[in-house]
Design a binder for this molecule. Structure first.
Ligand code: AMP
Ligand code: ZN
Length: 465
């Protein structure tokens, strides 16, 4: 299968040709664990999971590495602001280690609920300080660093290609630079590799280093850990688009200045999930989490379906109407699948194959997933395709979609009458409108028809009495 990916580095759609024939190295910037992940963050993780699934589906052997940022990420993406972890610790009276542990667990709960395949390596920054120190030493030996005010800085003037990902021009960087609070910097875009002289008061997370006791800057972790696990050149690096101008730009500078060669071949970036007020962000404090969606009666997979409906490189406006429509489509799909029995065909006939071929073509064309979903619906609705072939085709497509489509296909399962389904749907809506009296009377009606409805974090579960 031919795979095409849009490379942020070249701003072009390119045919994917891995660095090494037998495997694909993929690094994705992970969460900063000082708060819950919001559904905007999760959109980016769903996009990355879809990319990984598509590559596996296309026959590649993918090694996926993701970091956990548990130190060094300041409230500003540059070197301004306060360490996000320390800030939450101070505000809650808990230790930074407890905060990291708590939010890492919460993150993976959401990750699993969204059926995102766990990375092959999950690497917390605090467990890789040695690798970061080794990389900073290498940069120091290469003449790319200077020490000022006790901190070790990366000097961007020693790396002429600085800013190539974001298409930043060095002259503009100098003349049009914003006023930086850090007067130690020779160039305003220089950044800290290692802090020994914290401007943020007492810091709980500190380690010994050749430059004194301190802690790493945020960007060094991704360069150091990705090269440690994937080698000095690898295939794919992903993140949200907000990482392009500073974080990924600085990651590239560190890695390529150290090795003197190209680091990552393909850069892929996911666009934002928006609220009425713009980008959903943790710092604004106004954000939605997956558990909140679940409290509104949605299944996490409804959100996955919602995200798959938009291309990862376009902004996506969140709305509850959009979520309702995603849920209805997904439930409708699951209902149809539950009517197909549970026997999968060994081989696909010509008609079924035409749908799976279209699906592959769309999915492999820079993840055109909304089109891939229309190929799926075409297969499901085509009356000329036998049920067992439909199931085989769906199972094949679900390798990329990750919607657990085949969970609906079991002949053992008692079929729930549409009358009951409709009442349960109405009850979800009534609960959403906080019309508890109506919700109770709808429950009574469901019971009258011989079923009970149980509210679970995954949505209502319908059982025969
Ligand atoms: P963080 O936990 O803040 O480090 O962010 C985790 C990932 O979510 C990063 O790749 C961000 O670029 C991405 N991200 C942040 N905000 C949004 C948003 N509103 N929509 C989509 N992705 C986002
Ligand atoms: Zn990163």
């Amino acid at each position: 299968m031919k795979v095409q990916l849009y490379n942020t580095m070249t701003r072009k759609l390119e045919e994917f040709v891995p660095v090494s024939e037998d495997h694909v190295g993929m690094y994705t910037c992970g969460p900063t664990v000082y708060n819950y992940a919001h559904i905007g963050n999760l959109r980016t993780f769903i996009f990355e999971d879809t990319l990984k699934r598509m590559l596996k589906h296309a026959g590649y052997n993918v090694k996926h590495v993701m970091n956990i940022t548990d130190v060094g990420h300041l409230t500003g993406d540059g070197d301004d602001g306060e360490d996000k972890m320390e800030k939450t610790a101070r505000e809650t009276g808990k230790s930074v280690w407890d905060i990291a542990d708590f939010y890492t667990k919460a993150f993976f709960r959401d990750y699993d609920a969204l059926n995102i395949i766990r990375p092959d390596v999950v690497c917390p920054a605090t467990k890789h300080i040695d690798q970061m120190i080794a990389l900073i030493k290498r940069l120091e030996e290469g003449g790319h660093t200077y020490i000022a005010g006790g901190n070790v800085y990366f000097s961007i003037d020693t790396y002429p290609e600085y800013g190539k990902l974001a298409k930043l021009k060095l002259e503009d960087l100098k003349s049009g630079a914003r006023i930086d609070v850090d007067s130690n910097k020779k160039n305003p875009k220089d950044f800290v590799l290692w802090f020994t002289n914290s401007k943020f008061g007492k810091q709980d997370m500190m380690w010994d280093s050749p430059w004194g006791r301190g802690y790493p800057g945020w960007h060094i972790e991704c360069s150091a850990m990705s090269m440690y696990y994937l080698g000095e050149q690898f295939d794919i690096h992903c993140g949200g688009i907000d990482a392009i101008p500073v974080h990924h730009t600085n990651e590239i500078a560190q890695a390529e200045a150290a090795t003197g060669k190209q680091w990552v071949k393909y850069w892929l970036h996911g666009e934002f999930l928006l609220t009425d007020k713009g980008k959903m962000s943790k710092s604004s404090g106004e954000f939605l989490t997956l558990p909140v969606l679940e409290k509104h009666g949605y299944d996490p997979l409804d959100y996955r379906y919602f995200c798959l409906g938009a291309h990862y490189r376009t902004q996506l406006q969140f709305s509850f109407e959009g979520m309702d429509s995603a849920r209805n489509s997904r439930l409708g799909l699951m209902q149809r699948i539950s009517e197909l029995g549970n026997r999968k065909a060994e081989v696909l006939g010509e008609k079924a194959k035409s749908y799976t071929d279209s699906f592959d073509e769309y999915a492999c064309n820079d993840l055109s997933m909304s089109r891939a979903l229309s190929a799926l619906w075409g297969l499901v609705k085509d009356e000329d395709v036998p049920s067992d072939e439909k199931l085989a085709g769906l199972s094949y497509m679900d390798e990329v979609l990750g919607l657990k489509l085949l969970d609906a296909a079991s002949s053992e399962k008692e079929e729930i009458p549409s009358e009951v389904m409709e009442l349960v749907e109405k009850r979800v809506q009534a609960k959403k409108n906080k019309d508890w009296a109506l919700a109770d009377s709808l429950r009574a009606e469901v019971e009258g028809l011989g079923y009970t409805v149980k509210d679970t974090p995954q949505g209502p579960q319908i059982l025969k009495k």
